[in-house]
Structures are given as structure tokens and as C-alpha cells.
Design a protein around this ligand. Sequence first.
Ligand SMILES: Cc1cc2nc3c(=O)[nH]c(=O)nc-3n(C[C@H](O)[C@H](O)[C@H](O)COP(=O)(O)O)c2cc1C
Length: 178
Amino acid sequence: MKKTLILFSTTDGHTKTICEKIYSLLRNKYSVELISINHSESINVNEYGNIIIGASIRYGKHSHLIHNFIKSNKTKLENIKTAFFSVNVVARKLEKNSSVTNPYLKKFLSALDWKPNKSAVFAGKIDYPSYNFIDKQMIRMIMYLTKGPTDTSKSYEFTDWKKVIEFTNDLENLISSN
Ligand SMILES: Cc1cc2nc3c(=O)[nH]c(=O)nc-3n(C[C@H](O)[C@H](O)[C@H](O)COP(=O)(O)O)c2cc1C
């Protein structure tokens, strides 16, 4: 069985934490590697039978590095098993937390004209104390407008870990079918 790559893009570390959870659930059964998009130059896509990509949203966009990685490897990705998930806080809202309803995920995949075998959206984390002044005010304003938490002395984690585990179970089916 060929190796599985979990590739992530994160700014504040939460997408990495989600990928570490997925990695810890898969590593005892499969050959899995966890790599940051910042080290993508070391990746030879041909080595993998499955690639799982997780990326967070910042000011409406996923990292251009992830976008470019998918774009430049699209043909190869279409010949193996793939999964993509987006991490954002809009997904804390029930009506925006699926791959069919989350605007960022839909826009990203459609811009790339890419259909991974599996896709998902996970609600992320707001960690006000770690943000710089401008980011803190911007996020606070977005939270105020969308009826989210505005106490900048606190952190709020919206991630549904049960959903992450269910997604990982689906990944196991994907890997096993390869
Ligand atoms: C400066 C900043 C901008 C953000 N912009 C958005 C946004 O436009 N839409 C959204 O849903 N979430 C937004 N978020 C929330 C992040 O997607 C969320 O914090 C996520 O957990 C970050 O994951 P990461 O730590 O892996 O980067 C933003 C967060 C920060 C700090």
C-alpha cells in the first residue's frame, strides 16, 4: 500500500492540531506522513497513494501556497485518492458547516476546478489574546456582526472533534480502497 500524506497550511496552529489528531488516528494502521505546506519543496507527489490537505481561512482566503500546490499537481492528484478540508469560523454556524454549504470551500474547489474524493469543513478557533492589535479588532468586529463572542481576553474553540473523528473514519475507507 502506498503512503498517505497529510499536508497542512496554518497561521495560528489550529489546522495543524486537527491534522495531528487525524495523523494520530491513522499512523498505527497506515504509513502516514504529516508535512507543512511550508516544506512542500520536499514533497514528491508520486510517492503517495493518498493525499489529505487541510487549510485554514484568513481574511476570506486559503493560503496561496496550498492553492498553488494543488494547481501545479492537479493531474497527479486526480490519479490518486484525495481529501481536502477547510478550517474557518464561519463554519461554527450550522448552515455553513458542510462542504455543500460553506462558501470558502465551495469557492476554493470551484476556482481550482478540483474534486477531491472527500471534502469537509471544520469550525476553527478564535484565540484573541494571541492576535496583534489590528487582527484582534478585525476579528472582534466580524464576531460582533455575526453574533459571535467578543470578549478579547478569551479563546474560543468551535471545533467539533467528533466530526473530525468521523471524517478520519471516512479517510480510512478511502485509504483501504486504494
Ligand atoms: C486575522 C484572522 C482573519 C480571519 N479571517 C477569517 C475569515 O475571513 N473567515 C472565517 O470564517 N474565519 C476567519 N478567521 C478564523 C480562522 O479561520 C480560525 O481562527 C482558524 O482556526 C485558524 O486556523 P489556523 O490556526 O490553522 O490558521 C480569521 C482568523 C484570523 C486570526
